[in-house]
Design a binder for this molecule. Structure first.
Ligand code: KG4
Ligand code: ZN
Length: 344
């Protein structure tokens, strides 16, 4: 048995959680900064870092109090060490280092993407390796073959925007505010997904990569033309995005048949999208695979997934001079994709 304190501060959620090796979430607190960033229509790194610095220590204190535990009771302190907005990551990592040093506990530096990648195993004890993971968040859109802790092969990535980014930009175009994903999904329920003809970039391509920049531009043009309602635009955008995700993931799944894949798994903030979950469940069925999606609170950024990644890594420890990493690919050996910009 082990208990890990997890800390997450890589974007705009300040979060702490206590998780044990029996998959129990003993306590978890998340302080969202949505209000602080809303006037700017996106996350402002400087505001985020300051908010993490103000909120994190009291948040950890309350999380420990919720579980009736002290630092002495935990077996390790796990913190997101990247990738993400560097100011925020540094706040969380430095706090974790200080606590680890003061309490004499091991520090475990966690890759935020690994937190997302392993989160389905926190929710589902039966989920065994290897599984095919669709990781869709505000900063990433990847398909990974997950063969074990630290064993990730990237099979596909986006050559331009991440999927969450496309949802957020669409929300901005439609004046739905920030954060965009949930707002687009809500409005899409009132619209006709076939009303606006929109492109499905890369659909039909033999490699499973993603592209969403052209879709977002098409939404902008259609909005400027003024001929469709915001609800029809939201619904048509969401349908086009889902069609892309399903087609691309189908190619990835076809490429790993015969490799003993146990499930199709989705994680990351966009995995909260119910329409996409439904489409992916149908796709998994085509391949005779179970479809696994963590509960919504484990999809968007949270510290329970970081604590859980720490549980999976219990016994390891990282040096107190471990540097925060603004970029940190899960699969450093993945080849750059032709046509890709700066995103990993
Ligand atoms: O994983 P996450 O919380 O943070 C990152 O690591 O990026 O993902 C946030 C992203 C945002 O782009 C947000 O708009 C999107 O996930 N998102 C959604 C939904 N809920 C959150 N996108 C579509 N539908 C949703 N219901
Ligand atoms: Zn995330």
């Amino acid at each position: 048995m082990g208990i890990v304190l997890g800390i997450e501060s890589s974007c705009d959620e300040t979060a702490a959680a206590l998780v044990d090796s029996e998959r129990r979430i003993l306590a978890q607190r998340i302080a969202s900064q949505d209000e602080a960033h809303r006037p700017y229509g996106g996350v402002v790194p400087e505001i985020a870092a300051r908010a993490h610095a103000e909120r994190l220590a009291p948040l950890i204190e309350s999380t420990l109090a919720d579980a009736g535990l002290g630092l002495d009771d935990v077996d390790a302190i796990a913190a997101t060490a990247g990738p993400g907005l560097i100011g925020g990551v540094m706040v969380g990592l430095v706090t974790a280092k200080a606590l680890a040093m003061a309490a004499g506990k091991p520090l475990i530096a966690i890759n935020h993407l690994e937190g997302h990648a392993l989160s389905p195993r926190l929710a589902d004890a039966a989920l065994a390796y290897p599984y095919l993971l669709l990781l869709v968040s505000g900063g990433h859109c990847q398909v990974l073959l997950v063969e074990g802790v630290g064993r990730y092969s990237r099979l596909a990535t986006t050559i331009d925007d991440a999927l969450g980014e496309a949802f957020d930009k669409t929300a901005k175009i439609l004046g739905l505010g920030y954060p965009g994903g949930p707002a687009v999904e809500r409005l899409a329920r009132e619209g006709n997904p076939r009303a606006v003809p929109l492109p499905r970039p890369l659909v039909g391509s033999g490699e499973p990569h993603f592209s969403f920049a052209g879709l977002k531009s098409a939404v902008l043009r259609a909005h400027q033309a003024g001929t469709h309602s915001a609800a029809d635009l939201a619904a048509s955008f969401q349908q086009a995005a889902i069609d892309c995700v399903v087609d691309r993931t189908r190619i990835a799944l076809s490429g790993v048949t015969g490799q003993g894949i146990t499930a199709l798994v989705v994680a990351g903030g966009v995995a909260a999208n119910q329409a996409m979950r439904g489409a992916l469940e149908t796709l998994a069925g085509e391949f005779g695979l179970p479809f696994i999606a963590p509960p919504l609170v484990l999809c968007t950024d949270n510290a329970a997934m970081i604590a859980w990644a720490g549980v999976e890594r219990l016994g390891q420890s990282d040096p107190l001079d471990f540097a925060a990493r603004p970029r940190w690919p899960l699969d450093p050996d993945a080849l750059p994709v032709r046509g890709a910009g700066v995103k990993a």
